[in-house]
Write a protein that binds this ligand. Structure first.
Ligand code: PMP
Length: 391
């Protein structure tokens, strides 16, 4: 009672106002708090997590953005207004549909999936890589992937506490079948990731070599078809052949990177289990409303992919004419090219307002390599002009 009265009067024994005294107390706590936080972090965090740096996303404001394999097309006005009215009606005060039924139905129809195959939807295929990894990460379990490949495989092995074994590709970026076979026999990996086509090299591995891996692997093999829209081959029609195959795709490269939607297709025995690891509302309400509208635009998406493939051929040919530049064959929406001095060329392109990805130093096979996403014709022209000016 007394205390309460003292509070009400707004002062204390030292004559400092209550407001000031609580400020002092708070600051004391903050100091103590930050010191303690650092100590607690050091004591409890897994050392492999402390050793990581957060995934860096380059700032690209005002630049020609050719670094992240996005689709460069903006949407036609009619599609935009359909999206606008659909989004306006979304009840964002409610949780989204936990089963994401509209997106599931749209994908099942688009892919013509038989009942024996199930789907797992993710907040980008990045989330599905994490879900699949955590599902098999028993103590001591190993993840295996050819390298160089998509960096999130290795990172997710670290997140889940799995051992990671990278098997180098050959110098021309093919799967090294012998090295893969002996690594699989030696390591008995619970999980193998194969990007088909591969990022960052851009090529499609031999289907026979992948089928051999599927047959000899003791665990699950994820074939990651993030770039399927630009490739001439897919394992989608062959899923039933392999009981250990999980196929991964994303809509990020076909014009919906901002929606964050990836999907895994596999036998329902797999998808039933993997769906248990999904957070209940991992696909937000706006994505669930918009994705089906865009998936219904099959002709538009196909036309954009065809235009990007034509631009890819033009960009590849232009790069091949530059002295000292070796563009590698690609079945994706980017071109990997070896240049005489990648760090210098990367900087010069950035100065010219063009952002690409410098892979020099990330793997010995990628010495002096730049990864260039195929953009709009004018963007590709700007890139070619900047490279010409560089020589
Ligand atoms: N797999 C591969 C091979 C990729 O290159 C990428 C994106 N760079 C992803 C998966 C992740 O795509 P998202 O999370 O946007 O679906």
């Amino acid at each position: 009672m007394l205390m309460r009265r003292a509070r009400c009067t707004g002062s204390n024994e030292l004559g400092v106002s209550e407001h000031e005294s609580s400020k002092i107390e708070m600051e004391g706590h903050k100091e103590l708090g930050s010191r303690a936080a650092a100590d607690v972090v050091a004591a409890v965090l897994r050392p492999e997590i402390r050793a990581l740096s957060a995934y860096a996303v380059a700032h690209a404001d005002g630049m020609i953005k050719l670094d992240a394999m996005e689709n460069p097309f903006t949407l036609p006005p009619a599609v935009r207004s359909k999206i606008a009215s659909t989004v306006a009606a979304v009840p964002v005060n409610r949780y989204p549909d936990g089963g994401a039924r509209a997106v599931t139905a749209a994908l099942r129809a688009t892919l013509a999936l038989p009942d024996s195959l199930g789907l797992v939807l993710g907040n980008g295929s990045d989330e599905l890589i994490q879900i699949i990894t955590s599902a098999v990460a028993k103590p001591g379990a190993t993840m295996l992937a050819p390298e160089p490949s998509f960096v999130m495989y290795r990172l997710n092995a670290i997140y889940a506490g799995m051992r990671f074994v990278g098997v180098p590709l050959t110098a021309d970026f093919a799967l090294d079948a012998d090295a893969m076979r002996s690594a699989i026999e030696r390591e008995r990996p619970a999980l193998i990731f194969i990007a088909y086509p591969n990022n960052p090299t851009g090529n499609l591995f031999a289907a026979d070599a992948i089928a051999d891996i599927l047959r000899m692997a003791p665990g699950v093999v994820v074939i990651d078809e993030a770039y399927y829209a630009f490739a001439d081959a897919s394992f989608l029609p062959r899923i039933a052949e392999f009981p250990n195959l999980v196929l991964l795709r994303t809509v990020s490269k076909i014009g919906m990177a901002g929606l964050r939607l990836g999907y895994a297709v596999a036998a329902t025995e797999w998808t039933t289990e993997l769906n248990k690891l999904r957070q209940p509302y991992n696909l937000n309400a706006l994505t669930q409303a918009v994705a089906p509208l865009l998936l219904a635009e099959g002709a538009l998406l196909a036309e954009q992919a065809a235009m990007l493939k034509a631009e890819r051929a033009r960009l590849h040919a232009a790069l091949a004419t530059l002295r000292g530049v070796e563009p590698f064959r690609t079945q994706t929406n980017f071109v990997l090219a070896r240049v005489p001095d990648a760090p210098r060329w990367f900087d010069a392109l950035r100065e010219a307002g063009i952002l690409v990805k410098n892979l020099h130093g990330s793997h010995p096979l990628l010495d002096h390599c730049l990864r260039i996403t195929v953009g709009m014709p004018a963007e590709n022209d700007a890139l070619i002009a900047a490279l010409n000016a560089l020589r």
